[in-house]
Design a protein around this ligand. Structure first.
Ligand SMILES: Cc1cc2nc3c(=O)[nH]c(=O)nc-3n(C[C@H](O)[C@H](O)[C@H](O)COP(=O)(O)OP(=O)(O)OC[C@H]3O[C@@H](n4cnc5c(N)ncnc54)[C@H](O)[C@@H]3O)c2cc1C
Length: 381
């Protein structure tokens, strides 16, 4: 059968076993084609395998022996047993690299003296240099990393809780958790993969020339993190999954449920000095996200809607992380640790001031079904 319904899942062992699970002494026709020489993750081996090409003939001929798992044609469905949680795992791995780069660059910025503060009379060369953490532009790079990485971490933990609720909650709560996970999984995977990678790039920048050397770990974090937009479904595939399937499934039930959860937070934040304005900004962005979703599908032509699936994914991700930050800021207000509290509030403010406005640029091409990418002819490149 053509398409994904033609995919079946097999176990293909390197060494064959009998029905009791004992080795028969036969080698299966699975051959190592070679090693992949990767940009990052150099501590792990990654290989290309050839199956059944006759390098190790089995029982007189070419062809590997495989054992069917599940039913024929159900391979993709079986694979998705592990895939959804694996995608959250990829997001968490990207997040931890983002956190590691943030911590390394923060430690460096606190001890690297360079430059002097800008005062009313300009720079005073007779004054001592200050650690670079005191420059506004370095703080910008550190705040961006904090906002991306800690925002992504809070989302990953929220999704992990939903996974638990899906298995252990009362039937209604379990069903809601499952529905929320449908729409949030592409975000839990794609947001950290993209923005914690950007965080790692900023960590390199904070270290200046040293950031580009192997004397410090940040260049490795970037190389390792670059994988996460590629494996377990590329960034573009997450986007198609979100706009093509997740937000339209069951008449948009997942998106509506998420909007209800976001609105709960908006109502709570709306009562709080300093957060009410952010709540109203996010409320506007949420409304425009809903309108753009409808506009993308207004003609009902998938090719038109999905041509801008990636900007949609990015806008969606930023709305979700803004919501998560607002929720974190509400909770952080109760913290007795003043630095922790102020840090969380500053990262939340940073995300709303510098990142949330990007949503409108992404949504504009979605809502107008901007055709330039899909209409671009191969010959014109
Ligand atoms: C280090 C590493 C480890 C890996 N480990 C494993 C593993 O353990 N097991 C495993 O099974 N796989 C593994 N992979 C494979 C990985 O999952 C794939 O590389 C990944 O899913 C992308 O598939 P692809 O390489 O075939 O790219 P392609 O599918 O060729 O994609 C190339 C580009 O085209 C875009 N694209 C493709 N199709 C469409 C479409 N229909 N519409 C729009 N855009 C499209 C993609 O988004 C991407 O940008 C690993 C890869 C790497 C690099």
């Amino acid at each position: 059968m053509p398409g994904t319904r033609g995919i079946s899942l097999f176990i293909v062992p390197k060494k064959l076993v009998d029905t009791e699970g004992q080795f028969t002494g036969e080698r299966n026709d699975v051959a190592l084609a070679g090693l992949n020489h990767k940009c990052g993750w150099r501590g792990t081996t990654n290989t290309l395998l050839n199956f059944g090409e006759g390098r190790y003939p089995v029982r007189g001929g070419a062809g590997a022996i495989g054992y069917l798992v599940g039913q024929p044609g159900e391979g993709l469905r079986c694979m998705f047993h592990m895939m959804n949680e694996a995608r959250i795992g990829v997001g968490l791995a990207a997040t931890m690299l983002g956190v590691a780069g943030y911590e390394a660059s923060l430690a460096y910025a606190r001890q690297r003296p360079q430059g002097r503060p800008i005062t009313e009379g300009g720079k005073d060369a007779s004054r001592p240099q200050v650690p670079i953490v005191q420059h506004a532009d370095v703080k910008r790079m550190l705040l961006a990393q904090k906002a991306y990485a800690e925002g992504a971490l809070a989302l990953a933990l929220y999704c992990a809780r939903l996974v638990d609720e899906q298995h252990t909650g009362a039937p209604e709560a379990a069903a809601e958790a499952a529905l929320l996970l449908e729409v949030l999984t592409p975000i839990a995977k794609s947001f950290p993969s993209q923005w914690c990678l950007e965080a790692n790039s900023l960590a390199i920048q904070v270290l200046g020339g040293y950031g580009y050397t192997r004397d410090f770990p940040v260049e490795q974090y970037w190389r390792d993190n670059r994988l996460n937009m590629i494996h377990e479904g590329t960034h573009g595939i997450q986007a198609l999954d979100l706009l093509g399937r997740k937000v339209v499934m069951q008449g948009g039930a997942g998106l509506k449920l998420l909007a209800t959860r976001i609105t709960d937070t908006l109502q709570r934040a709306g009562q709080v000095d300093g957060l009410a304005e952010l709540a109203s900004e996010l409320g506007g962005a949420l409304q425009r996200l809903g309108a753009a979703t409808k506009a993308a599908w207004a003609t009902g032509v998938p090719e038109e809607a999905l041509a801008n699936a990636t900007p949609y994914l990015q806008a969606f991700g930023h709305v979700v992380i803004a919501w998560i930050w607002l929720d974190v800021a509400l909770t952080a207000r109760a913290s007795a640790d003043a630095a922790r509290r102020q840090g969380a509030l500053a990262a939340c403010r940073y995300f709303f001031a510098y990142e949330l406005p990007l949503v409108d640029a992404w949504l504009r091409v979605v809502a107008t079904r901007e055709p330039v990418c899909r209409e671009m002819d191969e010959a014109w490149f």
